[in-house]
Design a protein around this ligand. Structure first.
Ligand code: URA
Length: 436
């Protein structure tokens, strides 16, 4: 008997398991328009409240992949390995990571999204580079992978179209937070992309989607289970997002910081996470040390920068062009003497967003030059009146709200008070090929 939408909703509402047939039917029907928006909204809410087990989630992922086409990216040359981050404040790691891993011998296809809310999107960052374009055809992606070894671009329209439709619906029905729906959304796009291996960077902390280590571990495990069910080699790191990554938050500011890292400099936390993720990616495809190059050495030597330049130029960007600069740059001053005990990622992310670095609705434009530059490192002494950070914006009317949002951003401890320093970056590794 063909399933019908009301029975599928009832089954989940009452805490039952969905059958493979029900899942295939409802996802295909929704994509084709035969299952109505209100029916899928009710089902998404039932899934949020009742959950799905690992087998249901794997099947749901398969149905979303089958709603479109798989990209065939293999060129018969280098192994293909991708990374996905669940997003955070100042997370520009893809920018140095993709050229670094390509410089070490793998090919990196990274099909990405734009940011929504206080975490920035990789495409928004790269679009700060004059001329750079995100939209490529399948053929252009393949050609760039073969020639340059790395491509960061927009997802293509035929890649898991069910997810695009369902994500927009979840966004307006308070059902984004369902763990199986998040896991299947991310993994359907990654599996359809056709990489040989995938490393997940699951962020935890005030600036991340997942606020507790338990939630982050649960999401990582759900995604690893989906990868295992689909035969995709996969590892996951759970990494700190209670503090922004690096000193720059905002699109052009983050590109400039990524270029510093590619030239062998940059903030130590950005370098550490880039190298650690590169090691995981290379290990999954059998190219890491001791047989292959050490990504720490490759990054420090500046050898990944030419790959970055080629990657930007291949998509119409000018790697030598000046990046946009904000017309208004104002400092936030320390109110008293003390020691900087910490930066809280969430207020910093919200302030950058208010200044114009992020969007509230997906059709909004972002300001390439807007954002925040942190001037003081954790553990450093400060004196009253010293600038702690800079606010960059072309929307001066947003400054009072951004300053108000930053109230809890810098945490000042009294002089001489012990400060714990930056929290460890990598909190756990699951399925890691570099760990015993
Ligand atoms: N990112 C995605 O791609 N999907 C989700 O559901 C959440 C974050």
């Amino acid at each position: 008997m063909t399933p019908n939408a009301v029975d599928v909703i009832k089954a989940k509402r009452d805490g039952g398991r969905l059958t493979d047939e029900q899942i295939d039917w409802v996802v295909a029907g929704y994509t084709a328009g035969a299952v109505a928006e209100e029916q899928m909204a009710a089902l998404a809410m039932a899934i949020l409240l009742r959950g799905m087990d690992a087998a249901e989630t794997a099947r749901w992922t398969q149905a979303m992949i089958d709603s479109g086409d798989r990209l065939v990216l293999s060129t018969g040359g280098r192994p293909l390995v991708d990374k996905h981050s669940t997003g955070g404040v100042g997370d520009k790691i893809t920018l140095p990571l993709a050229p670094l891993v390509a410089a070490c011998g793998a090919a990196v296809p990274q099909l990405s999204g734009r940011g929504l809310g206080h975490t920035g999107g990789t495409l928004d960052k790269l679009e700060a580079i004059p001329g750079w374009r995100a939209e490529l055809t399948d053929e252009q992606i393949r050609a760039q992978l073969a020639e340059v070894g790395a491509v960061v671009c927009a997802t293509t329209p035929r890649l898991a179209p069910a997810d695009r439709k369902l994500y927009a619906l979840r966004d307006v029905t308070a059902t984004v937070e369902s763990l199986p729906l998040i896991a299947s959304s991310i993994m359907s796009k990654k599996i359809a992309e056709g990489a040989d291996a995938l490393v997940l960077d699951v962020k935890v902390g005030s600036g991340a989607f997942m606020k507790t280590p338990e939630q982050a571990r649960e999401l990582a495990t759900a995604m690893l289970d989906i990868a295992a069910a689909h035969g995709l080699r996969c590892a996951a790191l759970i990494t700190d997002m209670s503090v922004p990554l690096g000193r720059a938050v905002g699109n052009a500011l983050e590109v400039a910081e990524a270029v510093e890292v590619l030239r062998g400099g940059g903030p130590p936390d950005v370098v550490e996470l880039t190298v650690r993720l590169a090691r995981e990616m290379l290990a999954l495809v059998g190219l890491g040390p001791p047989h292959g190059p050490d990504p720490a050495e490759v990054l420090a030597s500046g050898a990944a920068e030419p790959v970055w330049r080629a990657m930007i130029a291949a998509q119409g960007g000018d790697p030598d062009a000046a990046l946009p600069e904000a017309r208004t740059v104002e400092p936030l001053l320390a109110e008293r003497d003390g020691v900087l005990a910490g930066w809280d990622a969430y207020p910093v992310g919200v302030a950058a967003w208010l200044l114009g670095a992020g969007r509230a609705r997906k059709e909004d434009a972002v300001d390439a030059a807007a954002g925040i530059r942190l001037l003081v490192g954790i553990g450093e002494p400060v004196v009253a009146g010293q600038p702690l950070l800079e606010l960059h914006t072309d929307r001066p009317h947003s400054l009072p709200a951004a300053r108000a949002a930053l109230a809890g951003g810098p945490r000042l401890a009294p002089e001489g008070a012990p400060t714990p320093g930056r929290p460890p970056l990598v909190l756990a590794a699951l399925g890691s090929a570099t760990q015993p």
